[in-house]
Write a protein of this length. Structure first.
Length: 128
């Protein structure tokens, strides 16, 4: 059972980063956090790690709608999109499966919002 949707892209890491941020914007999401996990691992552990970037993507309208249904839902926000540099030079871009993530709440109202979020995240990846 997968908990993410993924696309492999043949382009440079920074180019893919810029393109996915643009694509997320095109489908109504802004990037509110950007964590260079490889840099954090090296700084804290002294270990070299492949390029690994976590983008926290948010659509304020969907976030507001979901929080009206389930106030504590903030523990599952924002929607993460991860870029991982692979050994062959390609970049794997993965987004959280919003439907599976929100299913833990057990709310049919929230499932409807998650479906809309999922479709937009999928479109952002497809457009890479």
């Amino acid at each position: 059972m997968s908990y993410h949707i993924t696309k492999i892209v043949e382009a440079g890491f920074e180019e893919v980063r810029d393109r996915i941020i643009e694509n997320l914007g095109d489908v109504g999401f802004g990037v509110i956090t950007e964590i260079r996990l490889d840099e954090k691992i090296e700084a804290k552990l002294g270990v070299k790690f492949k390029k690994y970037l976590i983008l926290g993507a948010c659509n304020p309208g969907f976030a507001y709608e979901a929080l009206q249904i389930e106030e504590e839902l903030g523990v599952l926000l924002p929607c993460n999109v991860v870029l991982i540099e692979k050994e062959d030079g390609k970049v794997q871009v993965s987004a959280v499966d919003a439907i599976k993530m929100m299913s833990v709440v057990g709310s049919s109202e929230l499932d409807a919002v998650a479906g809309q979020v999922q479709e937009r995240l999928r479109q952002a990846l497809l457009n890479l």
